[in-house]
Design a protein around this ligand. Structure first.
Ligand code: C5P
Length: 220
């Protein structure tokens, strides 16, 4: 099981996705967007007419376990339907956060996540990549940025997609999501003991990529 893994964990809108994709690209590694699994589970939950809460934990876990998912050229395909846009809304993010707090759901998605570890290597982003899914990974990065920065970036992203929201409501949403993700009893958002912290508030994307690639050289 000597397949290299780089974990990139951190709060909502910290830029994990962009950084992980770029690092994977630079190294020719596979990429796991673990948040998309919780987002798809949230979507499947709504589509089944269920509230994403503990009363439905067993049924939601069964949905998560039976997901028919494909990742095709950066698109997320559920039962043959491209759901890439549907899972990216703020409401979908909140539903993802709610289903992800249910232990049986996390358990149901465990082996699927581990199967992404294939040669020549994997870059995985999420909340618990370094603490729970790949604790033996040689490089774990905990990525942060100020809440103001994160809200601002998310705001620009949504505007570029033609979705209108206010900065204040975005910031409130992401703080609520971070609070739930950090306070839950299973796999809370927190840095692994051996994680290297990177605050990218003042860094360009290129600088963040370079830092992670430098660290990767260090641990080789
Ligand atoms: O990273 P992203 O914002 O797409 O994740 C959506 C939600 O899924 C997060 O707010 C978090 O609650 C949950 N999640 C998780 N564990 C992961 C990745 C995401 O609990 N590894």
């Amino acid at each position: 099981l000597d397949i290299p893994v780089i974990c990139i964990d951190g709060p909502t809108a910290s830029g994990k996705g962009t950084l992980a994709v770029e690092v994977a690209h630079a190294l020719g590694y596979h990429y796991l967007d673990s948040g998309s699994l919780y987002r798809v589970t949230g979507l499947a939950t709504r589509r089944a007419g269920l509230e994403p809460d503990a009363a439905n934990e067993g049924r939601i876990a069964a949905l998560a376990h039976g997901l028919s998912l494909q990742f095709i050229k950066g698109q997320v395909v559920l039962d043959g339907e491209d759901v890439s846009d549907a899972i990216r809304t703020e409401a979908a993010g909140m539903d993802a956060s709610r289903v992800s707090a249910l232990p049986a759901v996390r358990e149901a998605l465990l082996s699927l996540q581990k199967r992404f570890r294939r040669l020549p290597g994997l870059v995985a982003d999420g909340r618990d990549m370094g603490t729970v899914i790949f604790p033996e990974a040689p490089l774990k990065v905990f990525l942060t940025a100020s809440a103001a920065q994160r809200a601002d970036r998310r705001h620009k992203q949504l505007i570029s997609k033609g979705i209108s929201t206010t900065l204040d409501s975005l910031r409130a949403d992401l703080e609520a999501r971070d609070a739930r993700d950090s306070s839950r009893s299973v796999a809370p958002l927190k840095p692994a003991r051996d994680a290297r912290r990177l605050d990218n508030s003042q860094l360009s994307i290129a600088q963040s990529i370079e830092q992670v690639l430098d660290w990767w050289q260090d641990v080789q």
